[in-house]
Design a protein. Structure first.
Length: 183
């Protein structure tokens, strides 16, 4: 057997050299990636926004210290809250205050309408000025908690409301409660 040299292939018969050809890029790779990323951002942002809306809805918060995840829906509000607080709010304030000074609502109303200052009324019942301020704040806390329970206010708003009253000071609360009982 003789060894014959293998003839050189024609350029058309050679295997292609892929290193010398420019690589073809996928036309849609970058736009598709950006589209997917955009949808992820939109859906993630929508989820966060929905979570905030649910967390701040009037019925989402539960009473102090409770978890909103375990709160049972209470159904529709017991009162119409669309035009401010229902009359039960002021009634709760009056009742809580009267209880705190060991009188009835009618007795407190009569004393204050006769012109007696609220500080004097409280002092006659053995309630010191700092206790009077705490009593008034407690009345607002109970009334606001009731509004949370019936769905007229969320817990965050109730806490902010009481904090606003605390910052307004004793003189303002004394005026507010005097007005509440005399008008």
């Amino acid at each position: 057997m003789s060894q014959e040299p293998v003839p050189a292939r024609e350029p058309s018969e050679r295997s292609p050299d892929l290193r010398s050809k420019p690589q073809r890029r996928a036309k849609w790779r970058l736009p598709l990636l950006l589209l997917i990323l955009g949808w992820v951002i939109i859906l993630g942002g929508g989820s966060v926004l929905a979570g905030l809306v649910v967390a701040n809805s009037p019925t989402a918060g539960s009473s102090r210290g409770g978890s909103s995840a375990t709160a049972e829906p209470k159904g529709p509000p017991a009162a119409d809250c669309s035009h401010g607080f229902p009359p039960s709010y002021d009634d709760t304030l009056r009742q809580q205050f009267a209880q705190g000074v060991h009188l009835t609502v009618d007795q407190v109303t009569a004393e204050l309408r006769s012109g007696k200052p609220i500080k004097d009324l409280a002092a006659e019942q053995g309630v010191a000025p700092d206790q009077l301020f705490s009593l008034e704040l407690h009345a607002y806390q109970v009334a606001d908690d009731q509004m949370v329970t019936i769905g007229c206010m969320n817990q965050y708003a109730a806490n902010q409301d009481v904090e606003r009253y605390r910052e307004s000071g004793a003189a303002q609360l004394n005026y507010d409660f005097t007005f509440l009982f005399t008008h």
